[in-house]
Design a protein around this ligand. Structure first.
Ligand SMILES: NC(=O)CC[C@H](N)C(=O)O
Length: 317
């Protein structure tokens, strides 16, 4: 088999030639000015060896990929009580849609759409002051990646605040149903700072290692979540990680993944690898056009889809 470094190099070379690159998010200037020519990929194997190509060391706005880390942190804070306030079903709607909240009494379909992530911020506010909630979140992601150089881009957070009228509407609407319990500006302050986390592909793949490894950070041997919780987070990534494009992503890539409008995707091959890709051009569902294509190519070349047949031995006895 061709070695993994050659595969990621070839994928980066193919992506550099691509002409259909999608459209960069334009709702804030700091995202709109990003060059669509960027492409990066980083793969961390279960043995800790990393393979990277393209702009793997260029930081980008992780946006909704942060919802994986906020879900992990919120579950750590309140456990399964979270599921009284957030569902676990794919929405089939856009990431910032409000329509289901009316018929479903302010309970968001899942933690990976904006409404779900906003409820998780409200839950964190029950434990921390706003600044402390943001600082704890940053500390948590830094610890997962083993990198204290990760920062929040405050200009991006400010831009989100200035233009985030739909998020304000979502939060107020859920407040009317009692599913937001703190001041909306404080809740959204946390949400916007989570979205504004700046990371590069290497850091993002490092931060995802615990999910490939049954909930344990392989670098520190510390348990981040239980194996059962890791499986459940992965199943939500598979079913809800790409909003109304989740079915298409599962069909094409077959891995649990989470995307963001900054063009990043974190994808996990349980037991095998943590992968981050980044290309800022988005498809019509708000998911990275070339990031998705690159993951499709990687899975074709490696056979890493979770739907690949594996030979299981029958239980003894
Ligand atoms: N899909 C995303 O990445 C959405 C995040 C974005 N900051 C928003 O709230 O609209």
């Amino acid at each position: 088999m061709v070695d993994l470094q050659t595969i990621v190099d070839e994928i980066a070379a193919e992506m550099a030639q691509a002409t259909e690159r999608g459209a960069v998010a334009s709702y804030i200037p700091d995202l709109a000015r990003i060059d669509p020519a960027h492409f990066g990929i980083a793969v961390i194997g279960h043995d800790g060896v990393s393979y990277a190509a393209g702009d793997a060391d260029t930081a980008f706005s992780i946006q909704s990929v942060s919802k994986v880390f906020s879900l992990t942190m919120t579950l750590g804070a309140v456990g399964d009580a979270l599921w009284r306030r957030v569902g676990r079903e794919p929405s089939g709607s856009a990431f910032n849609s409000i329509v289901q909240l009316e018929t479903e009494q302010g309970i968001p379909r899942n933690p990976f759409i904006n409404a779900g992530a906003i409820v998780m911020c409200d839950i964190l506010l029950g434990r921390y002051e706003p600044r402390e909630a943001i600082a704890q979140f940053l500390r948590f992601v830094r610890a997962l990646a083993g990198d204290d150089g990760i920062v929040i881009d405050h200009k991006v957070a400010g831009g989100e605040q200035e233009t985030g009228f739909r998020n304000v509407a979502l939060a107020n609407y859920m407040r009317a149903f009692g599913n937001i319990q703190h001041a909306v500006d404080k809740v959204l302050g946390i949400y916007f700072h989570q979205c504004a986390l700046a990371m590069n592909c290497r850091q993002l793949a490092l931060a995802g290692r615990f999910l490939m490894n049954g909930g344990r950070n392989p670098a520190t041997c510390r348990s981040v979540v239980s194996p059962q919780r890791a499986r459940r987070i992965l199943s939500l990534m598979m079913t809800c990680g790409h909003y109304d494009g989740s079915g298409e992503f599962a069909f094409r890539v077959g891995l649990p993944g989470k995307s963001g409008v900054g063009g990043g995707i974190l994808a996990i091959v349980p037991g095998i690898a943590s992968i981050a890709v980044w290309s800022p051009g988005l498809n019509e569902r708000g998911n990275s056009q070339l990031g998705t294509l690159a993951l499709e190519r990687l899975v074709q070349r490696t056979g890493w889809s979770v739907f690949e047949p594996v030979v299981l031995s029958a239980p003894e006895g």
